[in-house]
Design a protein around this ligand. Sequence first.
Ligand code: ZN
Length: 171
Amino acid sequence: MRANGWTVDGGRANVASRSEQAGHGGPERYGRTSDMAEAARAKPKPTPETQHFWDGTQAGELRLQRCDGCAHVYFPPRPFCPSCASRKVSVFKATGKGTLYSYIIHHRPAPGFAPPYSIAVVELDEGPRMMTNIIDCPQTPEALQLDMKVEVAFEKLDDKITLPLFRPAKG
Ligand code: ZN
């Protein structure tokens, strides 16, 4: 089973291109992998709507959008507020901190992933939820505690794409 896309506010969306969404892609690409599996992993492709986000991860920043009208903070990127439809929205740097909201552990291989690996939903301190992987942590229910504090960790894939992953927060 595959879960495609990044989840926010109960909805589904993908920061990758729509063509990629239809075929391969999905959160599996955000995990760690062996060199052998690397070739099979699909990478997100920035679009005009998501370029600020990928520019941010490259710069070591997690960038979210906030509606200038109703102050709603949202993810994934889009040019209008999902709450009030205003097109007056601003990009800002998030803290990169959040809590582990939910996860599943996969035990079967997937392109670009070595099992077991988790696909997690992190609830950011700013509110939006983001589908990601938890790294620097055993992929077990004992280690992956719901509501544990996590912080963003950037993993560079290539010159264009740096992925926002999360690890247990220090301290
Ligand atoms: Zn709004």
